[in-house]
Design a protein around this ligand. Structure first.
Ligand code: GDP
Ligand code: MG
Length: 213
């Protein structure tokens, strides 16, 4: 497999752009993981990302230019249903993150799954990451694997903090890029269904939009 990483600032013709949203409870390491992948280092302060909608990374996978737009919730995950809707719109992939040292963040995954399945396309690519493996692990691999199998998504356990896991974080995102590259486009009926769903969600939630967003 040939992989070349371009500078994100360069605009490249014929690139395929994929919107990837990173969700999960606050503090599980979503920002740190996306930063680790895009910048290659551990983020020591998360303040730098506040106000940022997304980070991108452009890859050359076997001759095809793939741009991953990684949407980070910048703290807004606390508002869940109302503000998070703009993140789900047109997402090609969802990365679900939990903290392996905090079982409550694992227990929340059902709610996150429920939320994105009601708003994303049926063929959205899913991936589960158990982060902070450098610490005291309280969610077993066995338990997490069963959950991942139940929802038909691959599981990766990693650490955004340890430099020794840097290649692992990179390979997780590369796996995702490959899955997206090989994905079949939606058939017309599926596209209509997605539009319809988005409309129903908009109609039922107009009053809950927050003006501070
Ligand atoms: P977010 O709210 O999900 O975006 O989480 P952040 O990326 O802001 O991370 C929350 C806290 O967990 C920060 O203090 C990070 O430094 C820390 N953190 C993130 N990833 C790891 C990891 O892999 N291991 C450890 N030990 N801490 C991490
Ligand atoms: Mg964050």
């Amino acid at each position: 497999m040939e992989v070349t990483v371009y500078s994100p600032a360069k605009s490249i013709k014929n690139e395929r752009v994929f919107k990837v949203i990173v969700i999960g409870d606050s503090n599980v390491g979503k920002t740190t993981l996306t930063y680790r992948f895009c910048e290659g280092t551990f983020l020591t302060t998360t303040e730098a990302t506040i106000g940022t909608d997304y980070r991108s990374k452009t890859l050359n996978l076997d001759g095809e230019v793939i741009k991953l737009q990684l949407w980070d919730t910048a703290g807004q995950e606390r508002f869940r249903s109302s503000i998070m809707r703009s993140y789900y719109r047109n997402a090609d992939a969802v990365i679900l993150v939990y903290d392996v040292t905090n079982p409550a963040t694992f227990a929340s995954l059902e709610k996150w799954i429920h939320e994105f399945t009601s708003q994303c396309a049926p063929n959205v690519t899913k991936l589960l990451i158990g982060n902070k493996c450098d610490n005291d692990i309280k969610v077993s691999t066995n338990q997490a694997q069963k959950f991942a199998d139940q929802y038909d998504m691959p599981l990766f356990e990693t650490s955004a903090k340890l430099d020794s896991h840097c290649d692992h974080v990179e390979s997780i995102f590369l796996t995702l890029a490959h899955k997206l590259k090989n994905r079949k486009p939606l058939i017309p009926e599926e596209r209509e269904l997605v539009k319809l769903r988005a409309k129903v969600v908009e109609d039922t939630t107009q009053s809950s939009w927050c003006s501070c967003f």
